[in-house]
Design a protein around this ligand. Structure first.
Ligand SMILES: NC(=O)c1ccc[n+]([C@@H]2O[C@H](COP(=O)([O-])OP(=O)(O)OC[C@H]3O[C@@H](n4cnc5c(N)ncnc54)[C@H](OP(=O)(O)O)[C@@H]3O)[C@@H](O)[C@H]2O)c1
Length: 223
């Protein structure tokens, strides 16, 4: 019997638990962490993501990395990102972790200086994330769909062309391919925009943010 696929999710709020619920329902195992110790978090997960495992933050990439290029989804508000230690995402495995940046910049948030510096240079926020977590391969995805829509529209039973399309962007082809595979298993029709520089349209003020999308609409913005 093949080992169950496991994905790590950093952040157990609205987004993190919705990602977990969608993955759990298609048989993907989920490790989750937050600021709470695993014992306290496990109570929260019994309600919000039953079946997910609560782990310490420095364990978030461990199980997923046993299966080749592991995947961790980043679902912590950007204003709290200084509390996320980059060393948690270091793996001694043969391949670096793929980090799915599902975060957004909200202008009422006070951002860490390293992230603000990227924005001041007119770069997409995913550049700041990629610089901070340089030991991972960052793919921007899952940030432009609300947690309500995520659960409502993920449908792995539908043929691809009838599913909700979601966009992703990342500089590493293999990492992008890995995240595309995950999004297909979750029940979406993933469409690549290109490298991280092409991630602007899925940022909060972009034309692809929080809208029902079909493949052709996303492809119009692909680089
Ligand atoms: N909500 C959505 O529909 C949605 C959809 C897609 C993307 N996003 C993006 O995802 C990000 C998170 O949004 P959210 O709505 O899920 O926020 P949220 O409900 O406030 O949840 C934030 C989570 O991050 C955890 N956290 C904070 N600091 C941490 C740290 N240093 N280490 C580990 N975990 C930490 C919190 O832990 P505790 O539980 O211990 O407090 C909490 O579980 C935002 O950038 C948002 O734009 C949101």
């Amino acid at each position: 019997m093949s080992e169950q696929e496991v994905v790590g999710v950093l952040g157990a709020g609205r987004a993190g638990t919705a990602f977990a619920r969608v993955m759990l329902r298609v048989g993907i195992g989920v490790d989750l962490c937050s600021t709470r110790p695993p014992k306290a978090l496990q109570h929260h997960l019994k309600i919000y993501a039953p079946g997910a495992e609560a782990v310490w933050p420095d364990q978030i990439g461990v199980r997923t990395a046993r299966q080749g290029p592991g995947i961790v989804i980043l679902a912590v508000p950007q204003e709290d990102m200084d509390g996320v230690d980059p060393s948690w995402l270091y793996t001694t495995g043969p391949e670096p972790l793929v980090l799915v940046d599902a975060t957004n910049t909200w202008h009422d948030e006070e951002l860490p200086s390293w992230l603000q510096a990227a924005l001041d240079e007119q770069l997409p926020s995913s550049y700041g994330i990629a610089g901070r977590f340089g030991q991972t391969r960052v793919v921007k995805a899952l940030n432009h769909i609300s947690h309500h829509d995520l659960e409502k529209f993920a449908d792995a039973e539908l043929p691809l062309d009838q599913r909700r399309a979601v966009a992703l962007a990342g500089d590493d082809d293999a990492a992008r391919g890995r995240v595309m595979g995950l999004l297909v298993r979750m029940g979406f029709d993933p469409v690549s925009l290109g490298g991280l520089a092409a991630s602007r349209p899925i940022e909060p003020e972009g034309p692809l943010f929080d809208r029902p999308l079909r493949r052709e609409e996303i492809l119009r913005f692909a680089q």
